[in-house]
Design a protein around this ligand. Structure first.
Ligand code: HEM
Length: 161
């Protein structure tokens, strides 16, 4: 009985040592394998520009958003290709790509539009639909939604927040 117990302890101790011994090596391996940038995982500028273009083609004529007279007026005044250019550069830059966003800040650009939380949610729904249509994987979708979400406080009008 004592003999069997000793063997059991020996096996347990060996297993623990193996696990503990291998852990630092595993951690080093994991640190070595750097995750590619979101920009690269999305496939670079070509697919990003297509997704942004489709997104704006969904968002610009959306009746729910254009029921807001300030949004509707700005849509009629600001050319969609201009927005596509700026949003593509923005997404390219923030995902780790080689672009430089040259447009204005999000607060300044959207302040006069009185964007509500409901309108924000509608835009997110349209964005998710476009990402799904292009089969953007779950992880990359999560990261893109987090990027969009980080601009919410600047874009939704303070009184509507
Ligand atoms: C409900 C949400 C949104 C609506 C209704 C909306 C609407 C608009 C409109 C109407 C303009 C033109 C404004 C003007 O010049 O008078 C604009 C500009 C712009 N928006 Fe949005 N937007 C929304 C969210 C976003 C988000 C989430 C982003 C990116 C993270 C974004 C990026 C831009 C950029 C880059 C411009 C152009 C900036 C410039 O002219 O320098 N927008 N947006």
């Amino acid at each position: 009985m004592t003999h069997a117990l000793n063997k059991w302890w020996l096996a347990l101790a060996t297993t623990m040592m193996l696990i503990m011994g291998y852990q630092p090596a595993l951690a080093e391996d994991m640190a070595d394998t750097k995750m590619p940038s979101l920009y690269d995982r999305l496939g670079g500028l070509m697919p990003i520009s297509v997704v942004v273009s489709d997104f704006l083609d969904a968002v610009v004529p959306d009746p729910m958003l254009n029921a807001n007279p300030a949004i509707d007026a700005a849509r009629k005044r600001v050319p969609t290709p201009y927005l596509k250019y700026h949003v593509t550069a923005q997404v390219c830059q923030v995902t780790g790509g080689p672009c430089q966003y040259q447009g204005r800040g999000m607060k300044e650009t959207h302040a006069h539009l009185n964007i509500t939380v409901a309108e924000w949610d509608q835009m997110v729904t349209l964005f998710k639909g476009v990402l799904a249509k292009h089969n953007v994987p779950e992880q990359e979708t999560r990261e893109l939604l987090a990027i969009i979400d980080s601009t919410k406080a600047d874009i939704v009008a303070p009184a509507m927040n």
